[in-house]
Structures are given as structure tokens and as C-alpha cells.
Design a protein around this ligand. Structure first.
Ligand code: NIG
Ligand code: FE
Length: 418
């Protein structure tokens, strides 16, 4: 007896990959089945195969997916969803010609959000983040990584991580927490860099680890943020305390962030607009996922990262939103997928792989998430499109009708007839 069955699925995109990321030409295989069915039992996938191979009368609920497309739940492996305040002012300045770096250097940027986030209560931050998680889910993300990094002192970094931890009990989207105490030097430590680093190393990291407040440690490695040497020290300490590593690398300048990510066996290195050939080769050896963030390029009016170069070099590429108030104010994974097609010349198959199994691998969850295979967690999406290509091609609108998380239908769109 199945709990839930989707049958007569016109296109079932399984992305069946076993338990690892796809790289190179394997990124072009989405494991497409036609006229297929998926059976779900106890929160897991129990059947994947032809529609006539499953008895729908032997299911608690069955949903016809005739003329529709079913995909694995999308994984958004890079967000900064917990914050207060917004930055429309800076957006206006950028539209008028100022760059992101200029705004940051003039005291705006991340520090604007740090001030607002420090002033906000946990209840307020939770409210704001719940709304944003609703948006993530509405566009198909069933698993979302969230970073701290707008507290930037002991009290407020811990406050952010406590909020992230509470969100896990409050929202159906599955949340993966990351500590980003090294996001930038906060304005009030401007002339006390050493002291801030000491607080990250000696106070924040031990507390985060002791209370299991984060699974990953991230550092923004960039001119104006943290140097390679500082990042190496932070990652070494984080590793020693049992945290895994992910990196904001090579976004604005080629700073050796990718090479550092590889040497730290990072799960993922993200941005990579200016990655070097050595960085690519070393990440490939280390098994580090290359996460690209097309929404940032769009939002900042910068050239898009060279996805073709990374895929052709054999790196597993993922895409994510980087949802945050400064460099990409959007939680919409479907939009990122269309951008990847239009602006990064990824094939539609590569993009689906990048948003599902490879993004799951970027969060060390490829064995349980990111594909529709028997035994995996039942996270899946039904789109009101006759094929998977239509989701990307017909862009800027939401094609999602049904979301299943852990085997439960958690979102369904219905339009009443007149
Ligand atoms: O991932 N690159 C650094 N940090 C964020 C932007 C954060 C902000 O501007 O608030 C990013 O793009
Ligand atoms: Fe980011």
C-alpha cells in the first residue's frame, strides 16, 4: 500500500545518479521517463517506473500527472535568507552606475544589513525569514542552505544561528545551517581586524561547534573581506571542531579562493567568476562542487561566470540563488535556471542536474536528496508543463503546481472555476 502515487506522468525527470554528483558529459543525462509513475511510502520513494506497473487503487492518494512534468525537489545550496532591512537605496545607486564594490567601500553593502540585523529581535528575524522560505518553496526549493554573516559579533552571529535553528522546526523547507562569521570585517571593528579574527576563532567557532549550530563554516575570500591566510586559519580551526567547509571564492577578483577550497576539501566553492585553471584542476581532484550564482551576475550587472569552461573541465557544477539583500534579492530557483540557460549557455539538462543532484552534493546530501530513485527521500515537484524544457523556456512565471516534501504534499495550487 503506497501513501501517495503520481501516475500518467508525461515526463518524469528522475536525475537518477545513485549517490554522487554528475560531472562533464554525464551532466546531460536527466534520466527521463515518459508515461511514468512514482510511488511514495513512509516519506521515501518506493516505486519509479512505467505508469501501468503500479496499482493506483492500492494507494491512499493518487494524483494524475497527465500532461505534466515531475522533477526532484530543487536544492538551493547558497542563501543568506536571515536578515533585517532592505537596500533599495543601494539598488537605486547601482542602477545609476555605482558598483557593488564602491558601495561597500563607502560604508554601505553588507554592513548596512549588519546594522539592521543587529537591531532586530529573534522574533522579527524569524518572521522575515519564514516569508522568504515561503517564496523558496513556492518556486520549488525543498532544501535550502542558510548562512549567518549579518551579525558579525558574538551575540548577533549566535542570534542568527539560533534563528536558523528555530526555522527548522517552523518551516517545511529543509534547512542546512552555515556559519559565516567571516563575511566581512564589521564596521565597528574596522581598525581592530586582529581582534575580530580572534573573536571568530576563539569565541564564535567553539560556541557554534559546541552547540551544533552549524554544519558548515564559510568565509568570503576577497579583497576588502578576508585574505587567503585568514581564511585558511579559520577553516583549519573549523575543521578541527568538526565543521565542514564551503567558500565564497573568486567572485570579484581571482584571489586563490578556489585553490584554498580544494586544499580544505570544501564541499563547495561558490561564485567562481574569476577562477584560475589551477583552481579548476585542484577542485576537480578534491571533489569540490562548483556552485554558480547567475542571479548575482544579473543583479550586479556583471559578466556571467564561464559555466562551459567548468563543465568541460569535468567539474560538477551546481547553481543556487545566493538570495540576499545586496547581490541577489530573489529566492526564485526557476528564474536562476532560465538565467543559466540564457546567459551561461548551459544546456537545459545540465541546468536541471545543477539544481538537483549536484546542488544536493554541494550540501553532502547526494545519497538522500536530489533525484527520484527508490529509497531516496520523497522530495518532488509537479509542473504544469508538457515537458521539462518548457519550465526554463517559458520564463518569469511560476509553473509549479504541487510540492511534496518528505512524502507529504505541502503545497498545491488550485484555481477555482468561475
Ligand atoms: O554572496 N559575496 C558576499 N556576500 C554576499 C552579498 C551579501 C550582501 O551584499 O549583503 C554574496 O554575494
Ligand atoms: Fe553569498
Amino acid at each position: 500500500m503506497m501513501d501517495l502515487v503520481f501516475y500518467n506522468i508525461s515526463q518524469l525527470v528522475t536525475v537518477a545518479s545513485g549517490d554522487s554528483a554528475r560531472a562533464g558529459s554525464a551532466m546531460r543525462d536527466v534520466g527521463l521517463l515518459r508515461d511514468a509513475a512514482v510511488g511514495i511510502k513512509d516519506g521515501r520513494i518506493a516505486y519509479v517506473g512505467p505508469s501501468d506497473g503500479i496499482d493506483i487503487s492500492d494507494a491512499d492518494r493518487s494524483i494524475s500527472a497527465m500532461g505534466k512534468t515531475v522533477l526532484p525537489g530543487l536544492v538551493d545550496s547558497h542563501t543568506h535568507l536571515v536578515f533585517a532591512g532592505a537596500r533599495e537605496e543601494e539598488f537605486a545607486r547601482r542602477i545609476a552606475g555605482a558598483t557593488y564594490a564602491e558601495i561597500a567601500a563607502s560604508g554601505g553593502g553588507i554592513n548596512t544589513t549588519v546594522k539592521a540585523t543587529r537591531a532586530a529581535s529573534k522574533v522579527e528575524l524569524t518572521e522575515y525569514a519564514l516569508h522568504r522560505l515561503d517564496s523558496c518553496l513556492a518556486f520549488g526549493a525543498t532544501t535550502v542552505e542558510i548562512k549567518s554573516g549579518y551579525g558579525l559579533d558574538f551575540e548577533n552571529e549566535i542570534k542568527m544561528l539560533e534563528v536558523i535553528s528555530e526555522l527548522r522546526d517552523l518551516h517545511v523547507v529543509e534547512i542546512v545551517p552555515t556559519f559565516l562569521g567571516a563575511h566581512t570585517i564589521p564596521f565597528d571593528y574596522k581598525d581592530r581586524r586582529e581582534e575580530y579574527l580572534r573573536i571568530v576563532l576563539e569565541e564564535m567557532l567553539p560556541e557554534v561547534a559546541a552547540r551544533s549550530l552549524a554544519e558548515y563554516c564559510d568565509v568570503f575570500v576577497e579583497k576588502g573581506a578576508f585574505t587567503l591566510e585568514e581564511a585558511r586559519e579559520i577553516f583549519t580551526r573549523a575543521r578541527g571542531l568538526g565543521l565542514k567547509v564551503r567558500v565564497h571564492a573568486d567572485q570579484i577578483t581571482a584571489g586563490g579562493g578556489s585553490e584554498l577550497a580544494a586544499s580544505m576539501r570544501a564541499s563547495s566553492a561558490d561564485h567562481l567568476d574569476h577562477i584560475s585553471d589551477a583552481g579548476i584542476a585542484q577542485m576537480k581532484d578534491a571533489g569540490t562542487v562548483a556552485t554558480l550564482l547567475p542571479g548575482v551576475s544579473l543583479f550586479l550587472g556583471e559578466p556571467f561566470p564561464d559555466a562551459r569552461r567548468l563543465i568541460e573541465a569535468g567539474l560538477p557544477v551546481a547553481i543556487a540563488t545566493d538570495a540576499n539583500p545586496g547581490s541577489c534579492m530573489s529566492e526564485n530557483m526557476q528564474l536562476m535556471m532560465s538565467l543559466a540557460a540564457l546567459q551561461m549557455r548551459m544546456t537545459m539538462e545540465e541546468i536541471i542536474v545543477a539544481s538537483t543532484i549536484n546542488a544536493a552534493a554541494a550540501l553532502d546530501r547526494a545519497a538522500t536528496h536530489g533525484s527520484i530513485e527508490v529509497g531516496k527521500q520523497a522530495d518532488l515537484l509537479m509542473f504544469d508543463t508538457p515537458n521539462y524544457q518548457r519550465i526554463l523556456y517559458h520564463y518569469g512565471v511560476n509553473h509549479l503546481t504541487t510540492v511534496v516534501k518528505n512524502g507529504r504534499v505541502v503545497m498545491e495550487r488550485h484555481y477555482a472555476s468561475a
